[in-house]
Design a protein around this ligand. Structure first.
Ligand SMILES: Nc1nc2c(ncn2[C@@H]2O[C@H](COP(=O)(O)OP(=O)(O)OP(=O)(O)O)[C@@H](O)[C@H]2O)c(=O)[nH]1
Length: 181
């Protein structure tokens, strides 16, 4: 590989990733969801979009400072990536909001995978440099293709609506979008 090609690859990689956490950024999220929809339209493969919002993140910033808040976001992404399956993808949507794409699962399995992730995040505390341990919890909303929408924006919006229900129902939980909302 020439230096030029290596540099090009590095720049492309940087453009795809969120600077703080290294998760894929919102632009890539848009592109990959479009691709997934195009593929699923042809092969009929279902997939899920999971909207993930860290609970009470403001309190972490308030208690430990913004710098520690940043470290917690980085640790959160590492933990999520450790526990996702090989084909699942994590994106930083903005702030303390993330999206996960779960390809190739039926609805019941998608919900179970999201629940497992939610419990894993709660169980795996984050240890700071001074050994302080922080327990994070997340609220998740799940929408599925094709049941809840056939476009990227519909699927994201419905996952977001379900996530708000998870917040309203006490946080640290997963809700599946329902058409009655
Ligand atoms: N440290 C740090 N904080 C961030 C970053 N992006 C967003 N935040 C903070 O995340 C917090 C989000 O707070 P809220 O939207 O009030 O939500 P919350 O406290 O998580 O409460 P709920 O979502 O209702 O459970 C705000 O304090 C933002 O400043 C970041 O990149 N780094």
């Amino acid at each position: 590989m020439t230096d030029q090609v290596a540099l090009q690859e590095r720049l492309e990689n940087q453009a795809a990733r969120d600077e703080l956490t290294g998760a894929f950024n919102r632009r890539v999220c848009h592109e990959i969801l479009e691709q997934q929809i195009a593929t699923s339209r042809i092969n009929g493969e279902p997939f899920a979009v999971v909207f993930v919002d860290i609970d009470y993140f403001k309190a972490i910033n308030d208690q430990y400072g913004h710098r520690v808040g940043d470290i917690v976001l980085q640790a959160f992404v590492s933990k999520m990536e450790e526990h996702l399956r090989e084909n699942d993808l994590l994106f930083r949507w903005g702030g303390e909001e993330f999206l996960v794409l779960l390809p190739d699962l039926d609805e019941a399995k998608q919900y179970r995978v999201a629940e497992k992730l939610c419990k894993t995040i709660e169980r795996n505390r984050i240890t700071l440099a001074d050994q302080t341990e922080i327990t994070l919890t997340v609220s998740m909303g799940v929408s599925t293709y094709p049941a809840h929408g056939s476009t990227r924006d519909q699927l994201i919006e419905k996952a977001d609506i379900a996530m708000y229900r998870a917040k309203a129902n006490g946080r640290n939980r997963v809700e599946l979008y329902s058409d009655s909302e």
